[in-house]
Design a protein. Structure first.
Lengths: 300, 300
């Protein structure tokens, strides 16, 4: 079933302890859309400036992603993010952010996009996320991501959003900040009590946790020796997870758990190179093969 | 089959953000022995001062632990450790250490103990660990723990030990320090290349990783909302793991994986109260019940 994602598309400048890349394709919606495209038709809603290279759009389209919702603002510049990873490759510093076109991002979706049964509100301000949610009257499953900035600066808007969505995906540090609880098991359920039917806490190299009324579980990250650039891992996780749910067309507990596994494995490929470079090399069967390895790893 | 453990027995003073306890039973060998006692006959080798309360020894004996190797030094004091946990309950500061009787600990094992087929060298100086290993001519499986202090100060002795043991258990930060590699998958295999046939990296609240020539896997910690005091979690993990191996009497890949799971779950009970207080309340069937929950959690 079609899956629509609304979020950022960016130029990333990434420094790791051993290498760096400038002006590569980044952004939450790019990673999400590319990751989800292994599973289901994806509709991308975002904004770029006129500096955005046509080949980046073509790369997304090469995986069947519908980019008709990618607005190009004449005379304006694309969102830029610059970051640096510490030696542990799990923590990072943001060196520079230039919002540019993202500052006035006020997405208006086409009628077709509004009827998409699966909706992902990638990280963005909760008031924009709410506006999109109101447009998407056809969504049977709406899931959002958020970040520390909105937890600190827009708590009321975020609280309103949480009452309206089915699922929330956030980082461990954000879950602690949002709830004031340092224990992630309690924090996960406390976020759930704020509205969403399920909550996913992403722990970077340590995997992800799932919380619903009747279930609490942890899935470890796939142990890869080749962590080259963790940028986009969380968004790829979301893309793999939501893509699989949309493919299956349901969000039963069993499907959600399989979706958590696919999210984990999609992210495990993303970190093996810069930008989308590793995902560009794989097909769906590579994900399925790694899923079998992962299933074997977790059975005893 | 009998399992012998050589390590510390201590008075612990523990502060957590919400509570504290003074002079409770602690030490690597105490936690290890108690945890292992759910699975197999355990033989404890350690040393205490004349300030050691008889009821602490009796508590160990109540679980069938053979304490004939617990030396009491007249006129001397027991090893003391004082520590404080940070808000995240995963990081801690050591506030005070008084080695006391541990300073001159030079264990001499009885003939019966030397014939034990399973041996665990709990954290201690590698030269003492080597001396014990040389005595234990009956050991078919010898596993050791170590810590940052020995990695920094006794690298040659540690290297000699690593060439002689079958397995090493250590923390994530220690594995990084020992190998100079921040990627735990590479670090685990690098430690293995130093000698042991298998390596277990403990990641605290994030679980544990296993490395052998043919296998690499991660097992997440059991998600408990009740983390009261993490002291002894790593030693309980080791006790549950080694206890199960000794119970089965082999260390085949399948048994090792089940042992990793039992180690994980034994530790998950330990952290639910101070000292051995939570373990005191459980029986083997509580571990088995949690194992089934854990197995269900990891299957999809």
């Amino acid at each position: 079933m079609p899956l629509v994602v609304v979020g950022s598309v960016a130029f990333d400048c990434v420094k790791t302890p051993s290498e760096s890349r400038d002006d590569v394709m980044g952004g939450s919606a790019s990673y999400f859309a590319y990751a989800a495209s292994y599973f289901t038709p994806v509709r991308l809603v975002s904004v770029v400036g006129e500096d955005w290279p046509d080949e980046y759009t073509k790369l997304l389209e090469s995986r069947g992603i519908d980019t008709s919702g990618l607005e190009v603002v004449p005379g304006a510049k694309t969102f830029r993010w610059e970051g640096k990873y510490l030696d542990n490759m799990n923590d990072r510093e943001t060196l520079d952010v230039q919002l540019n076109v993202l500052e006035n991002f006020d997405p208006v979706l086409s009628d077709e996009f509004r009827r998409s049964p699966f909706l992902f509100l990638a990280n963005g301000s909760p008031d924009v996320q709410l506006k999109v949610l109101e447009q998407c009257t056809g969504a049977t499953l709406a899931v959002a991501d958020t970040m520390d900035l909105w937890i600190k600066n827009m708590p009321d808007e975020l609280a309103a959003l949480l009452k309206r969505i089915d699922g929330l995906v956030l980082n461990d540090s954000e879950a602690k900040m949002l709830t004031g609880d340092e224990n992630l098991v309690r924090a996960g359920h406390a976020v759930r009590a704020m509205g969403p039917r399920f909550v996913v806490i992403k722990k970077g190299e340590h995997g992800a946790m799932f919380f619903s009324q009747h279930e609490t579980y942890v899935m470890p990250a796939f142990p890869t020796p080749d962590v080259v650039d963790p940028t986009g891992a969380g968004d790829s996780f979301g893309g793999g997870m939501m893509g699989y749910l949309a493919e299956k067309g349901n969000f039963e507990p069993k499907t959600l758990k399989e979706a958590m596994a696919y999210g984990t494995l999609t992210a495990s490929f993303t970190v093996e190179d810069f930008s989308l470079d590793r995902l560009k090399q794989i097909e769906r069967e590579d994900l399925d093969r790694r899923l079998e390895e992962y299933r074997h790893m977790l059975s005893f």
